[in-house]
Design a protein around this ligand. Sequence first.
Ligand code: TMP
Ligand code: ASP
Length: 235
Amino acid sequence: MSINLLYSGKAKDIFSTKDEDVIIAHYKDQATAFNGVKKEQIEGKGILNNQISSFIFEKLNAAGVETHFIEKISDTDQLNKKVNIIPLEVVLRNYTAGSFSKRFGVEEGIKLETPIVEFYYKNDDLDDPFINDEHVKFLQIATDEEIVFLKEETRRINELLSDWFRQIGLKLIDFKVEFGFDKDGKIILADEFSPDNCRLWDANGHHMDKDVFRRGLGKLTDVYETVWEKLQVLK
Ligand code: TMP
Ligand code: ASP
């Protein structure tokens, strides 16, 4: 059996397995921000994100969301269905924050009447630009039908996640997800869900996510550890 590195990302390495439809995602101890401009090794981050993402994906699978997640196989590794990643970062915002606040000149933490879904074109060389549905079609990334599905599925995922985080005293401000085509051409949720790709605020407005690293607010793993401990209530 040969295991080969298929892809090395900023936070994960992806390896092949003897089953061509299954890959291993290895979570690394690396934190990056601003498209890799800020980069640090943070011991224990890979273990925490693998734990948190496995936990969330298991719950999403159980709730009937089709995902790539199969099982967690070690502290830092999980088995995932192999997908063809759709080169879109699908962002959903429940509250204003981050680049949204910057773009529109509004303060952070304002509740959006209806959650807003945005697309960013996954392309490091171009700095993942903000794009609209027509750009998605121009780039031949997805059809009209697929665009509708991506938005509706992201809203459905948001309802589940917002409810779970509400139960443990955290506000899901916004998040980023990625989807891929599985071997049958079906669109399923892929990548990860961890404090690396969402914003979570506690009751005091403290950041419980990667903004701690982006903005230099404290020790990232302490915060991720707290999120992991809180999630135990949902077991
Ligand atoms: P933004 O406000 O910087 O656009 O980020 C929106 C959400 O997307 C936030 O939860 C962080 C997440 N995100 C990623 O997961 N990867 C990225 O490359 C960026 C820019 C944001
Ligand atoms: N994921 C991006 C990076 O690794 C940016 C971010 O999350 O802020 O640089």
